[in-house]
Design a protein around this ligand. Structure first.
Ligand SMILES: O=P(O)(O)OC[C@H]1O[C@H](O[C@H]2O[C@H](CO)[C@@H](O)[C@H](O)[C@H]2O)[C@H](O)[C@@H](O)[C@@H]1O
Length: 379
């Protein structure tokens, strides 16, 4: 072995040891969060890698329109569905990622410490966060246990569900009148309903519909897309009121290209609509500057916390569309974003949870924490 090789090998061993040490610190509750992140930054420096370089960039999230961009979409569709085995370097990146985005369960006490007596407001995405991802979008049910937990949460904190789904569908899954709902990626927002009108979920508590002028266009494009995609086995189009979804989870990979091409071609005639992508789903949305982040800001404002420092929003989501909300929290240096994911992703969230069952655990911790702290205030 040459001196060079030996040097390289010992550097790897030192890096691995440092990494193990940093991991155990990040997963403990011993130090306050600031110390943990400082330590992690230090370890990152010693490892010779900056935090931002530790994660592989996600596929381009910009809007792509027209047939010329179809190839980019197909690549992106493939990248959103990683089924292959991971390489060693990817495993290392995964470790780095966990280091900088620790588990919200492990860091629970620290997160609560950071709330510092502020009003906690809970924001939750639906698919992949409250309900597990399933093949049939109409069967993405939330468990009974999760509903009970959500009810308990809503009794203690203002709580909102923010989803790409249309409001009616969302309400039919969640069925809790005491929540705020932001459907169609935040383009359809309503407040808690009065108890007598909750059965159908329809009510007169609409707070905001910033894309209402797009309704006729969305309905028109829905009909065209249903027609154009019916030749692709497994393809379907969901009408989410102010946006449309074309899930491709049940479409054979060989047909992803023709499907993306069809959708792209249709959108060529509608420059006021844009194409974005979620978890095995193509999403068609108005080009207005409105997203889950803006919905979060709007809801904070509606709750009387527009410029308040006395609020601690917790946003939990699993999808790229949730990144807009994570970004808002990061820019406001307020509250915390929690990404639901088992694999490394570029994210603006601070913490992670693995899956909806961990989301349930985190929410139950939150209920217990509030119970205990209210009790100790009464003493
Ligand atoms: O913002 P979200 O609540 O995450 O909603 C976004 C999309 O959710 C649904 O699709 C996702 O869940 C499906 C059921 O588990 C799954 O089959 C699909 O692959 C996921 O992307 C919904 O079907 C879409 O309309 C929403 O846009």
């Amino acid at each position: 072995m040459t001196n060079q090789n030996m040097l390289g090998k010992s550097r790897v061993i030192v890096n691995e040891r440092l990494m193990e040490l940093a991991m155990s610190i990040s997963n403990s509750n011993v130090l306050p969060r600031t110390s943990v992140s400082e330590l992690m930054a230090l370890f990152g420096g010693l490892l010779g890698r900056h935090k931002n370089n530790l994660i592989k960039p996600l596929e381009d999230d910009n809007d792509h329109k027209g047939a010329t961009k179809v190839n980019a979409w197909i690549d992106s569709m493939g990248a959103s569905s990683p089924t292959r085995t991971r390489h060693e370097s990817e495993n290392r990146d995964q470790t780095h990622w966990t280091l900088f985005h620790p588990s919200a369960l492990n860091m629970f006490n620290q997160i609560m410490y950071n709330t510092n007596g502020k009003q906690i407001i809970v924001f939750l995405d639906y698919d992949g966060t409250l309900s597990p991802i399933v093949a049939d979008p109409d069967k993405a049910y939330m468990s009974k246990k999760m509903r009970v937990t959500l009810k308990d949460i809503a009794r203690r904190f203002p709580t909102a569900i923010v989803s790409g789904r249309c409001l009616d569908k969302l309400f039919s899954f969640v069925r809790l009148a005491e929540l705020y709902y932001a459907g169609s990626h935040g383009m359809d927002i309503k407040g808690p309903t009065n108890r007598r009108s909750t059965k159908k979920g329809n009510n007169d508590e609409v707070l905001l519909q910033p894309a209402s002028e797009f309704l006729p266009m969305i309905n028109e494009v829905y009909k065209i897309l249903v027609e154009k995609t019916k030749c692709v086995p497994g393809a379907m189009v969901e009408n989410n009121k102010f946006c449309l979804s074309v899930p491709f989870r049940n479409v054979d990979e060989k047909s992803w290209a023709p499907l993306a091409e069809q959708v792209s071609l249709v959108l060529n005639d509608y420059p006021k609509l844009k194409l974005t992508q979620g978890r095995k789903v193509l999403e068609i949305r108005p080009t207005i500057k409105w997203d889950k982040g803006r919905a979060l800001e709007f809801l904070l404002e509606s709750l009387g916390f527009a410029n308040s420092k006395n609020v601690f929003p917790i946003y939990i989501g699993d999808d790229r569309t949730d990144e807009d909300a994570f970004k808002v929290l990061r820019n406001r240096s307020q509250g915390c974003g929690i990404l639901v994911s088992k694999i490394s992703k570029e994210t603006n969230a601070s913490y992670t949870l693995q899956d909806p069952s961990e989301v349930g655990q985190f929410l139950r911790h939150l209920v217990d924490w509030k119970r205990t702290s209210s009790r100790s205030h009464k003493l």
